[in-house]
Design a binder for this molecule. Structure first.
Ligand SMILES: O=C(CO)[C@H](O)[C@H](O)COP(=O)(O)O
Length: 211
């Protein structure tokens, strides 16, 4: 099981400062959608240049033009790029084909997918690398989490790795780990803590202990 740090509410300098503190405890660093909206793919490029050994995920949440956008993110240095599960199969297939060419990986974000079991099965057959259940900020505000969705996709996904994101904190991490995802994604549960290094270290310890 692996731990991904999501950086959403920072600029490039702020992102670098957090990675300096916690790089030893995370397996993947996500450049979040708001950062890419504010700073462009330059944020991915600068982070990868500063930390060449860190695996970087570009959270583009691609909805169209999968091949082209994956090409641009891969050229900027992203190792993993996100595509939305609600997008058309041709968008996801185009993203996968381009990622194979570039030597990068595709994570499909299942935010707002209505029939989770059916869509996860379809997307798994398209050859993506990760399928991620996700309670976005707006859903979190309504008190939702994705544990049930994780159980659903784990029943039907045969090839892709499974991931979970959305509002995970130290106190909720144990029940998330019990559900057995391959990758746990944490933003505010690390970046919003007074002692970010201690939070990341403890989360990494729990994730490693879970297997
Ligand atoms: O993609 C995102 C929001 O759309 C976030 O990166 C994801 O939800 C993880 O952050 P947090 O743990 O703060 O919810």
């Amino acid at each position: 099981m692996e731990l991904q740090l999501a950086l959403d509410l920072v600029d490039i300098q702020g992102a670098k400062e957090i990675v300096n503190e916690v790089a030893a405890y995370v397996d993947v660093v996500e450049i979040g959608t708001p950062v890419i909206i504010n700073e462009g793919l330059r944020a991915v490029k600068e982070l990868k240049a500063a930390y060449p050994h860190v695996k970087v995920l570009a959270d583009l949440k691609i909805m169209d033009a999968g091949g082209y956008e994956v090409m641009k993110a891969s050229e900027a240095g992203a190792d993993i790029i996100t595509v939305l599960g609600v997008s058309d199969d041709t968008t996801i297939s185009g993203a996968v084909a381009e990622a194979r060419k570039q030597g990068t990986q595709i994570m499909v974000d299942m935010i707002n997918v209505l029939d989770m079991a059916k869509r996860a099965q379809e997307i798994d057959a398209l050859g993506v690398d990760y399928i991620c259940v996700h309670s976005g900020y707006d859903h979190q505000a309504d008190g939702k989490n994705s544990l049930e969705d994780l159980a659903t996709i784990k029943r039907v996904v045969k090839n892709a790795k499974t991931a979970i994101a959305g509002g995970i904190k130290l106190n909720t991490l144990p029940e998330v780990l019990e559900a057995g995802p391959d990758l746990v994604i944490v933003g505010g549960g690390i970046t919003g803590q007074e002692n970010r290094q201690a939070a990341a270290a403890e989360m990494k310890r729990l994730v490693q202990a879970a297997g």
